[in-house]
Design a protein around this ligand. Sequence first.
Ligand SMILES: [Zn+2]
Ligand SMILES: [Zn+2]
Length: 141
Amino acid sequence: MSNFLQCPYEKSHQILEARMQFHLIRCRRNHPNAPKGVCPFNVTHIFNDAELEFHLKVCPDRVKYDNYCNVDEAPTKPTTPPPKPIYESTENWDDEPPVPSYNPTEYARNAPVLRSVSGAKPSERRRFRQEEHVRLRNRLD
Ligand SMILES: [Zn+2]
Ligand SMILES: [Zn+2]
């Protein structure tokens, strides 16, 4: 399916999304005095203000930015909690040993899932992730 976008310079230009970047190169020549704007993801991306909205969709630094944010926002969910022990006993429950409570952190430490840390500095997070990959590789080998 083709996705047409409206040219930011001329409302009458309906341009295929895939062709928009090429079209803008030609069309912006007709608007040499358009106000300039800077990409919020990379200050070296300077565009005519009108093009900025389109650029934000395709900016390669935005992709990096999104991925970076997702790493920290992804919930660390252990896959499934360990099965709870089932007591089929008529004994007084007060006499039972305490049921080990489910500890997500402890479980994640032993489970083959990626953990992440929150609140750490980027460099610490990066090191943590590397250690996690090593840990998982050792575990899965
Ligand atoms: Zn145009
Ligand atoms: Zn950009």
